[in-house]
Design a protein. Structure first.
Lengths: 43, 524
């Protein structure tokens, strides 16, 4: 592979990570932080 | 420099237009700046689109048009490993900390990243340590002013010494009035223009501008060591092997901790816009470094220049109509200015907020949230903006010999010192103050030993082990600093008392008074 092909592959991987983060992980973090806030509120 | 009369004439026209625009935006910012908090952060003042472009432009900075293409002109295709890997690190970094910075920072009324660290750990000591390291960003401002001076010289044929004072005048024109509001809106416009120019360069590269046979012809016209099948070069500290290329990625994850970048998160309207902000910033931020292909193209065309950093303007002057070359010159100038402005605001905030409002006032027993203190802090912000700019210009009347070393005490030192407290402290609520201090000191110390010492000419090996490539590679050294800081913060938090639950509730979920007297609800 030449430099440009390696970079193309890494860029595509990066955008996949961004997509997964934005679609899934952000919501999970939000959800967990709300759960923790509720749990500590009840304590 | 091969400036032509036509380029100079068009250059003045574009410059005049640019001045009118930034003066207008300075006035726009001034109308929105009533308090110290507005000046320092423009809190809640921007949507995701403007802030995404502004963030990308600030990360990319003048180096997008100068340093990175210059590297590609020198080293060929392998420079792409810097150009397209550093943004991956930098934008993964914002994914990890942007939301928590916004949420916690808004609740505590933090006005800068050192201030955020102090508020996060409830520690004046961490705030003070972080602001002292951040003071070295003044050298970063100086390097941007030097670059602006050379751009005036290249495009308009103005003497360097006159050019740097002209750059200072342009900065002060809008910064003292509009603070962060003016900084962000000018950077957003700048970012959009930069993306446009990058697309032009990318198209020139893809069509093999000046060659028959497209991209392959560009590659064939490079020296053997610059061609795209050469990935590493053991003599070259930046690309010596795959490990240092990986470290370059790691080091840039910590880049988000830079005060002039981290403070942008406070300016977004609310955490619900964070996802859209990520997407705009991530796409624009990955596009801008494609500018390195302009450097590759210039090398393939056999353009001979003394200073590789000037390859993009020279490429435009030699191959495009004068009007394009002049527009590009002014665009580059404004890119440099757009990085300098954010830095100047951040350095001014070290004095106004971190040292005066949040350290000196409480130390004297005063209330940092009182209206009188806030008004004085706003005044200090404006005065410090002027003083920082003038000091930076005066210092580079003759460019200092070790400018880049001092600059990297700031950039690499901030990455190495802040990363543990900032990243581990954001992801793990229980991280203690002591663990943060351990990570801060350990990261900075290792970075200083492997990079700053050799750069200052003190030594180049330790106990017989050569420090190359770290001695000459600030990115890989920052990567080591990042790892050491995060690991020692994490380990430190295993062996020290965790942050008390009531403190964590107050910092991460509490409702506290904002510095301007307003309140931010915890559920926004």
């Amino acid at each position: 592979m030449n430099v440009m092909q390696v970079l193309l592959v890494t860029t595509v991987l990066y955008f996949l990570i961004v997509a997964v983060w934005v679609l899934k992980i952000e919501d999970l973090i939000e959800q967990r932080s709300e759960e923790r806030a509720t749990a500590e509120g009840e304590r | 420099m091969p400036t032509t009369d036509a380029v100079v004439t068009y250059g003045w026209l574009f410059l005049a237009f640019y001045l009118v625009v930034i003066a207008g935006l300075g006035y726009w910012g001034w109308k929105r700046t009533g308090t110290q908090d507005d000046y320092a952060t423009a809190r809640g003042g921007f949507g995701f689109l403007a802030l995404g472009f502004a963030y990308a432009a600030t990360v990319a900075s003048g180096s997008t048009f100068m340093g990175i293409p210059g590297m590609a002109y020198d080293m060929g295709f392998k420079a792409g490993y810097y150009a397209l890997i550093y943004p991956i690190g930098a934008y993964l970094g914002i994914m990890l900390v942007a939301r928590i910075t916004k949420k916690v920072g808004d609740e505590a009324g933090s006005q800068s990243i050192p201030d955020f660290l102090g508020d996060r750990f409830k520690s004046p000591v961490i705030r003070l340590m972080a602001s002292l390291v951040a003071l070295f960003l003044l050298f970063y401002v100086m390097s941007q002013i030097v670059a602006a001076g050379w751009m005036f010289d290249t495009i308009l044929g103005i003497d360097y010494t006159v050019g740097i004072w002209a750059a200072a005048g342009m900065l002060l024109l809008y910064l003292t009035l509009g603070g962060s509001h003016a900084d962000i809106i000018t950077d957003a416009v700048q970012g959009a223009i930069m993306v446009g120019i990058t697309i032009l360069i990318f198209a020139m590269f893809l069509t093999g501008w000046g060659f028959d046979g497209g991209v392959s012809a560009v590659n064939a016209n490079l020296d053997a060591g610059q061609q795209w099948d050469t990935h590493t070069d053991s003599e070259n500290p930046i690309f010596a092997n795959w490990w240092v290329i990986f470290l370059l990625f790691v080091g840039h994850i910590g880049f988000t901790a830079q005060p002039h970048l981290g403070n942008k998160f406070f300016a977004i309207k609310g955490t619900q816009y964070m996802k859209k902000f990520f997407i705009v910033a991530a796409v624009a931020g990955m596009t801008l470094p494609l500018m390195f292909l302009g450097g590759v193209l210039g090398a393939a065309q056999g353009i001979e220049i003394a200073d590789p950093d000037a390859i993009i303007p020279v490429l435009f002057i030699e191959t495009l109509p004068a009007v394009f070359a002049a527009f590009l010159g002014v665009a580059i100038l404004s890119a440099i200015i757009s990085t300098a402005d954010g830095l100047i605001i951040s350095v001014a905030q070290i004095f106004a907020n971190d040292l005066y409002r949040k350290t000196y006032v409480p130390w004297k027993g005063g209330d940092p949230s009182s209206p009188a203190v806030n008004q004085r802090a706003l005044l200090i912000s404006r005065v410090a903006t002027v003083v920082v700019t003038i000091v930076a210009v005066a210092a580079v009347m003759t460019p200092p010999q070790y400018l880049s070393v001092f600059m990297w005490i700031g950039i690499g030192g901030i990455i190495s010192a802040y990363s543990g407290p900032y990243f581990v402290g954001s992801l793990d609520e229980s991280t203690s103050k002591k663990a943060a201090i351990i990570g801060f000191v350990a990261g900075f110390a290792v970075y200083a030993v492997i990079h700053l010492g050799p750069q200052m000419g003190l030594y180049d090996s330790i106990a017989g082990f050569s420090l190359f490539p770290y001695s000459e590679n600030p990115y890989a050294s920052s990567g080591i600093g990042f790892i050491v800081s995060c690991v020692s913060t994490y380990l430190g938090s295993k062996f020290t008392e965790p942050m008390a639950v009531e403190d964590r509730n107050e910092v991460f979920r509490g409702t506290t008074e904002l510095s301007d007297g307003g309140r931010v609800e915890s559920d926004d």
